[in-house]
Design a protein around this ligand. Structure first.
Ligand code: IPE
Ligand code: IPE
Ligand code: MG
Length: 249
C-alpha cells in the first residue's frame, strides 16, 4: 500500500457527535481524545512518518470559557498519560502554534513532553494548538524581516525553502510538506490549517465525526490515498504522444 509520509488531520465534529446523542459538547471532546490514541498507534503501524493533528485553532479562542477549560484539561491529561507510551513507541512530539497564549502550566506540560521525547526517531507527532496558518506565515515573515535588518539574512535570499525554515513546521525539514489532509464531520473547508504546507496535498473528507474515526476509518482513508494520482502539474502519461497535426497546424 502506498502510504503518505506526512498526514494532517482536522479532527472535527466532537460537539455535534455529542449533541446528536443528547450529551453536552464536552462529552465529544472526551471521546475524541480516545481516538487520538488509536490514530497515533495506527499511523505508526502503517509507516506514516509525520502526523499533524489540528487540536485547536486561533479562531477557537472565540469559544466560551467553559469549553476552553475542558479542552485544556483534556490536553494536559492526554500528554501526561501518553508520555510513557509515546516514548516506548519512539514517537517524537512537537507542538505548532501560538503557544505563548496558553496557560503557563499547560506550556510547562507541553515543553516537558517535547523535551522528553526529543531524542526519539520514530513517528513525528505534531499537535497544532492555538494554530492558524495565517499567523504562522506572518510570524515567519516578521522573523525573516528581523534577520534581514540584523544582517543575518538578505531579502534576495528569500525563496520557498528559505520561508520553510521560518515556519513552525521547520523542524520537520524534508517532511514539512503535507501529503494527505483528512477532515472529519462532513465540513469541506480548510479552516486556516497548514495553508503553505498543503499546497499540493491530497484531501479526504468524511461524514464520520472525529469521536467515531477509529483505526478502520483511518486505514480506509490511507487506502484511498494509494489510489490518487499526484501529478504536480505534469501529465499522467509517461510516454510522449504527438498531438494530431490538425491541432498543431
Ligand atoms: C473539533 O470538534 C474540536 C475542536 C475544534 C477543538 P468541534 O468542537 O469543532 O465540534 P463541532 O464541529 O462543533 O461538532
Ligand atoms: C477546525 O475546526 C479546528 C480544529 C479541528 C481544531 P472548527 O470546528 O473550529 O472549524 P470551523 O469553525 O467549522 O471552520
Ligand atoms: Mg467544528
Amino acid at each position: 500500500m502506498k502510504v503518505p509520509e506526512h498526514v494532517a488531520i482536522i479532527m472535527d465534529g466532537n460537539g455535534r457527535w455529542a449533541e446528536r446523542r443528547g450529551h453536552p459538547r464536552f462529552y465529544g471532546h472526551v471521546r475524541g481524545t480516545k481516538q487520538v490514541r488509536k490514530v497515533v498507534r495506527t499511523a505508526d503501524r502503517l509507516g506514516v512518518k509525520a502526523l499533524t493533528l489540528y487540536a485547536f485553532s486561533t479562531e477557537n479562542w472565540n469559544r466560551p470559557a467553559h469549553e476552553l477549560n475542558v479542552l485544556w484539561k483534556l490536553l494536559k491529561k492526554f500528554i501526561r498519560s501518553e508520555l510513557e507510551v509515546m516514548n516506548k513507541q519512539n514517537v517524537r512530539f512537537r507542538v505548532f502554534g501560538q503557544i505563548d497564549r496558553l496557560d503557563p502550566e499547560l506550556q510547562t506540560v507541553i515543553n516537558e513532553a517535547v523535551d522528553k521525547l526529543a531524542h526519539n526517531t520514530g513517528l513525528q507527532l505534531n499537535f497544532a494548538i492555538s494554530y492558524g496558518a495565517r499567523s504562522e506565515i506572518i510570524q515567519a515573515i516578521k522573523r525573516f524581516g528581523a534577520d534581514c535588518l540584523s544582517g543575518k539574512e538578505s531579502f534576495e535570499s528569500l525563496d520557498e525553502s528559505k520561508l520553510n525554515q521560518y515556519l513552525w513546521t521547520a523542524p520537520l525539514e524534508g517532511l514539512s510538506d503535507v501529503d494527505f489532509v483528512i477532515r472529519t464531520s462532513g465540513e469541506m473547508r480548510v479552516s486556516n490549517f497548514l495553508l503553505w504546507q498543503s499546497a499540493y496535498a491530497e484531501y479526504y473528507f468524511t461524514e464520520t465525526c472525529w469521536p467515531d474515526f477509529g483505526e478502520k476509518e483511518f486505514v480506509k482513508a490511507i487506502e484511498t490515498y494509494g489510489c490518487r494520482n499526484r501529478r504536480y502539474g505534469r501529465t499522467s502519461l509517461d510516454e510522449k504522444i504527438d498531438p494530431p497535426s490538425s491541432i498543431v497546424h
